[in-house]
Design a protein around this ligand. Structure first.
Ligand code: ADP
Length: 552
């Protein structure tokens, strides 16, 4: 049969053109380092993106070239999010929080041709520059030298109109590295098609559910899994965008000043913002939804946001490898009559696959993988496939460690799936604690610890133990006014939920838990600091708090 449908490539130029033609007056607002707000509309953004595409061509950028950004969430970064892919090159947002050694390796592997540097990180960038001197920097701010071009000057000197021409929807558009929570960062190369389809999926009512009336604040950095696709999803919908720059001094004030309705970030961001939101010094009444992912959102945090602040929590699970959205936890219609506690328990799960994502729960056998039942109890490895999931890493051979021979991505997450299709992550395979031949979920223990009102943060790691293989250690941040015997209280609380051997032998109270470059608990660093010492607190760089340090 002949095909009578148009062959219309799914490219980001369509998102940009649609945003410009249909939503030209919608606003992009950026919080500048001096605390003022920079505003312009989609029409201005579109014109600047065209000039930028011309400027990039003038600098010799060609199809397929990798162009890096070393930048915070700003309007210039958003312009690069469109200009680079729409002219056929590959946008490579660098994680500014990685070490210079890691960044140097990544930049060399990616073979970036140019790097765009935000003023907020210009000084930090100098530490990197002599290691990557073959790569030309372009500064958003004033010129640092006579030879380095400056962004605004390039734009002002460029031709205004550009004709987009991406014929093949399978052309690469972006390169993002994983944040490296449990290993070295690995590159994922997205195509126009994969990002376009991810955008359509993210924009469904039961996924991010953005509308033209929304004002979207991605706190998630633009280098973390393409800011979860929000720069594309927001502009395809016509929502206003608020970009928080490098370090907003008050998220609440930014929300109040710009009327944010939907914000996105990792759970630690929302745990840290909650005390400020609660005081209600700034009016955050416009905020209707938080998109939260990257780590498990504890039910206790979901409860305070939904009950006290009236903000809906959309708890999502995903991976850089998945562009990144895989599942999202929303209540089904049949859940409406459940109690609040039951509802929060469901929302704290990682949720059901979004349309387009296929999941399976698998166990490795001698001849491949066996599918496990969706009964909410059986734990297996979560495997996924979708049009926006990678089938190999950039410049790394496809290995059975990450991809199955029958075409699934091995996520490295251990999970259960219940009969309704809700995934619950038990732990990352690499973080699961093995004690006396049994498994202990660090995530389950952390979630339980966070139920206590005095516990602000918790991370549980398994340290080597001669007798048991590994034993759990809990590293906890408590409120100022917590009682002296808090470790006994926590131990008792855990004992009511878990078998005895799950209870951490050691509780270490600290002022702060180390975080990875994207704000997740840095268990590798905690472990590295704990191992090899008789007295863990001595080596624990994370300062022990004024409270007890107890080793049982
Ligand atoms: P990295 O693996 O280096 O941290 P990513 O930022 O892509 O890089 O992280 C993906 C991983 O983050 C997932 O495999 C999963 O372990 C974890 N993750 C993401 N969202 C959630 C969530 N809602 N709950 C629990 N874990 C999550």
């Amino acid at each position: 049969m002949p095909n009578f449908m148009m062959s219309h490539p799914l490219t980001l130029t369509q998102i940009l053109e649609h945003a410009y033609r249909i939503h030209a007056d919608k606003q992009v607002t950026t919080l500048l380092p001096n605390g003022t707000l920079h505003r312009y509309d989609y029409a201005t953004l579109y014109e600047r993106v065209q000039s930028l595409a011309n400027a990039l061509s003038q600098l010799g950028v060609q199809c397929g070239d990798r162009i890096a950004t070393y930048a915070s969430n700003t309007y210039q970064h958003l312009e690069l999010y469109y200009a680079i892919p729409c002219l056929g090159a590959v946008l490579h947002p660098l994680n500014v929080r990685l070490s210079p050694v890691q960044l140097t390796q990544i930049i060399h592997e990616a073979e970036d041709k140019l790097v765009f540097v935000d003023s907020a990180y210009a000084v930090q960038f100098q530490a990197l520059q002599d290691k990557i001197d073959s790569i030309r920097p372009v500064y958003f701010g004033p010129k640092s030298t006579d030879t380095d071009p400056c962004y605004e000057q390039l734009l002002s000197e460029a031709e205004p109109a550009y004709t987009w021409d991406i014929g093949d929807e399978n052309s690469p558009m972006g390169l993002c590295y994983t944040s490296g929570t449990h290993g070295e960062p690995r590159g994922v190369l997205y195509t126009h098609r994969s990002m376009y389809l991810h955008t359509l999926a993210a924009n469904q009512a039961d996924v991010f559910g953005l509308t033209e009336a929304d004002v979207v604040l991605p706190i998630v950095p633009m280098f973390h899994a393409m800011a979860w696709g929000l720069p594309y999803a927001s502009m395809f919908t016509g929502a206003d965008i608020v970009l928080p720059g490098a370090k907003p001094s008050s998220i609440a004030t930014l929300i109040a000043d710009t009327g944010v309705t939907v914000a996105a970030g990792v759970p630690t961001v929302w745990a840290a913002a909650y005390p400020e939101f609660r005081k209600r010094r700034a009016d955050i009444s416009t905020l209707r939804r938080l998109i939260v992912g990257g780590e498990a959102m504890p039910p206790s945090l979901i409860e305070v946001y939904e009950k006290e602040l009236g903000v809906e929590i959309c708890h999502a699970w995903g991976m850089t490898e998945m562009s990144p959205t895989g599942t999202l936890s929303k209540l089904r219609a049949v859940h409406q009559n459940l109690t609040d506690t039951e509802k929060w328990r469901i929302k704290a799960k990682q949720g059901r696959p979004i349309p387009g994502v296929e999941l399976r729960l698998a166990a490795e056998t001698t001849d491949g993988f066996k599918e496990l039942p969706w009964d909410g109890k059986t734990v297996g490895e979560l495997q996924v496939r979708s049009p926006w999931t990678a089938n190999r890493y950039y410049k790394i051979e496809r290995t059975p460690e990450h991809f199955t021979t029958d075409g699934w991505l091995r996520t490295g997450d251990l999970a259960t799936i219940d009969v309704e299709g809700y995934v619950q992550i038990v732990d990352r395979a690499k973080a699961l604690i093995r004690s006396g031949g049994e498994s202990i979920s660090s995530v389950a223990l952390e979630t339980a610890l966070l139920k206590h009102p005095d516990v602000c943060e918790a991370a549980v790691v398994g340290i080597p133990d001669e007798k048991w293989g590994e034993r759990p250690v809990a590293v906890v941040v408590c409120t100022e006014k917590t009682s002296e015997n808090i470790s006994d209280i926590l131990r008792q609380q855990l004992a009511s939920e878990f078998p005895k051997f799950w209870i951490p032998d050691t509780f270490i109270f600290v002022d702060k838990i180390p975080k990875t470059s994207v704000g997740k608990s840095d268990k590798r660093s905690i472990l590295a600091q704990l191992i090899g010492t008789q007295n863990p607190t001595k080596k624990l760089n994370i300062q022990p708090s004024r409270k007890e340090i107890e080793i049982c």
